[in-house]
Structure formats: C-alpha cells, structure tokens
Design a protein around this ligand. Structure first.
Ligand code: AHG
Ligand code: MN
Ligand code: MN
Ligand code: MN
Length: 335
C-alpha cells in the first residue's frame, strides 16, 4: 500500500506526536499550493495570456526584476494559505512586509515563510526550479503583521521543505523527525512517499559553487576551492567534480540524494549585503533539512540555524552539505 503525504503526516501526528492537526493541515495546504505552482510552471509559454514566462515588469524588495512566475507563485501561496485558520501570518521573498491574515478568517498559531519560486533565472530556459518553505510558531501575543514576530533563529522551525519542479515534481519535508521525499503522482494528484530518512554522506567528491565569483571570495573559501581543483595531485589526494544549477532547490536536492557541498559564500561583490541567499526562507529551511539528514550548514563562521535574524530579508553566506567538507571549510575560517 503506497504511503501518501497525508498518511505520513497522520502517522507523524497520531503515532509519533511530532506535529498537531493544525500543522498537519498547514503542510497539506502548502503541498497543494506546490501542485498548483507545478501546473502553472508546466504550461510555460502556452499558459495564461501570452504565457507565464518572462518578466513581470516589476521589481521585488530584493531589487530583483520579478519574473511572471515569481508573482504568480507568490499569489498561489497567499490564496491557498490565508483562509485555513492555521496561520497567524506569512512572509515571502516577493513581499517587503508580512502578509496579515484577513480578519474574516480565523487566526492560527503558525507563521509561514516562503520563497515561492526559487531559481527564477532558470524559468525561461526550462531548467528545474522550486519552492522553499519554513514554518515557525507565532510568539504568544506577538503582532504577526510586524516582521519582529518572524525574526526567530532557524532552530525554532517546526517544519521546513522544498518542492522541485523538474522531470518529476518532488516534495522534500522535515518536521524534525528526519527527512522524507514524496513524488507527485500526476494522475492521482497525490504526493507518494518515495524515500524516508534521507541521509547525506559525510564525505563527497562533488562541489557546487558559482566559480565566476572566484576573484571576489574571502581567502578561506578561495583556499578550500583551490585545494579541490588541485585534485589527487593536491592536498586532498582525490579528484572532485563540479555542478552548479543556479537553482538552490536543485543543487540542494542533488546533495540530499548523493552528497556534496553547496557554497554561496560571502564575497567582495555582495559583502555589504551580507551574502546572496536569504536566511529566513532559503538558508534556514534548507539548513534544517540538511541537518536532519546528517549534514551540516554554516555561514563559515557559525551554524546557520543559530543566526539571530535582524530583518525579514537578511542575507547570509551559505556553506552546506556533507558534514566533513563543511567542517573543513569552516576550520579554514578560523572557527
Ligand atoms: P531566487 O530565484 O529565489 O531569487 O533564488 C536564486 C538563488 C538560488 O536559487 C541560487 O542558488 C542562486 O540564486 C544562484 O545565484 P547565481 O545566479 O549568482 O549563480
Ligand atoms: Mn528572486
Ligand atoms: Mn531562492
Ligand atoms: Mn525566489
């Protein structure tokens, strides 16, 4: 008998007590929203009036030119999640401020943060993209329309996950009880459990980094990567392979599947911004998932999940994946 996402969540609630009914319902709704995004993306140039590819003609708070699908997927998440009664508020890469739950709907105890479309630069070239989400509890008495309610370290997450819209649509999820992977059965419209207790090998021969930034990197990262590039003749004594999809969900999913190290380090080009990737809805959920699978996730100077956020769109350097590699890079940072 195939175990679906619904059955997995019921078991996490009823048999393991890891989640309650509200969190179970929230995750079910998020999964449904990801299915809707998958359908929208799947239409590409033939979706809506004039297709769903290309630019939306607007910028987001990040200063990025939004793609139509950035906006569409953000709307899908807001509409799917605001009426259920399990949320106090939502925050997204695509919105400067949190989205309050309209008064006509009941308020819940959770906060949902999301990157509705990760890897936007790959949309128009038909390369895998995804959605990343993170769930926090709304602090007692906090105002969920103020970003302060959301500014909690990653260790406070109660659930995190990502969807990958690729040859298959996958949902990878943790509620703090290991990591499970679900494959969308498009005929039934249900996510089927296809892998449970994913584990990231502690060692690897594969690294992921955007090499075009090499001249901007801080010395510890430059030293680490140059040692990888030296291959078996170098200090590492083995050859390494490189992959860089430029969709974090795809690069992280490869690591969840066969190990590796993913780096978007601090570099001189983005130093004033604190990094490229956003802590609250990219680095934190991915770090929770990676740690739950036996991997590690660091800024180079501290565990990502322990970073105290100073803003909803705070950026951090990200080094995550196979534990022994992350620890080596971190050691080069003198920590
Ligand atoms: P988003 O599309 O949500 O803005 O995120 C893009 C991020 C991440 O997905 C990826 O790892 C990184 O940007 C790629 O950066 P480069 O384009 O600089 O390689
Ligand atoms: Mn973006
Ligand atoms: Mn992203
Ligand atoms: Mn995005």
């Amino acid at each position: 008998m195939r175990r679906t996402l619904s059955r997995y969540l019921i078991e996490e609630q009823r048999e393991k007590g890891k989640i309650n009914a509200d969190l179970r319902l929230l995750i079910e709704v998020v999964a449904r929203a990801c299915k809707s995004i998958a359908v929208a993306i799947g239409k590409g140039a033939i979706g809506g009036e004039g297709g769903v590819l290309g630019e939306a003609g607007s910028d987001n708070v990040q200063g990025e030119a939004q793609k139509k699908l950035d906006v569409i997927s953000n709307e899908i998440f807001l509409e799917a999640n605001e009426w259920g009664g399990h949320l106090a508020g939502m925050a997204s890469e695509e919105m400067e401020l949190p989205h309050a739950i309209p008064n006509r709907y009941p308020q819940g105890e959770y906060l949902l943060l999301f990157d509705p479309l990760d890897g936007s630069s790959n949309i128009d070239i038909n390369v895998s993209v995804g959605t990343i989400f993170s769930v926090l509890r709304c602090p007692e008495g906090a105002d969920p329309t103020a970003d302060t309610a959301f500014l909690q370290p990653g260790t406070k997450q109660v659930a995190a996950g990502y969807a990958v819209y690729g040859p298959t649509t996958l949902l990878v999820l943790t509620v703090g009880d290991g990591v499970a992977c679900f494959t969308l059965d498009r005929e039934q419209g249900s996510f089927v459990l296809t892998q449970e207790h994913l584990r990231i090998p502690e060692d690897t021969k594969e690294f992921a980094i955007n090499m075009s930034n090499l001249r901007h990197w801080e010395p510890p990262v430059r030293r680490y990567v140059e040692e990888l590039l030296a291959g078996k003749e170098g200090p590492r004594g083995k050859d390494f392979n490189m992959r860089w999809v430029a969709s974090m969900v795809a690069d992280v999913h490869r690591i969840m599947t066969r190990g590796g190290i993913f780096m978007y380090p601090l570099d001189a080009k983005i130093k004033d911004k604190g990094g490229k990737l956003r802590l609250m809805y990219e680095a934190n959920p991915m770090s929770f998932i990676v740690e739950q699978a036996g991997g590690a996730a660091s800024t180079g100077r501290q565990r990502i999940l322990e970073v105290q956020p100073n803003g909803l769109h705070m950026r951090v350097p990200v080094i995550l994946g196979s534990k022994n590699e992350v620890e080596l890079v971190t050691s080069y940072h003198g920590t």
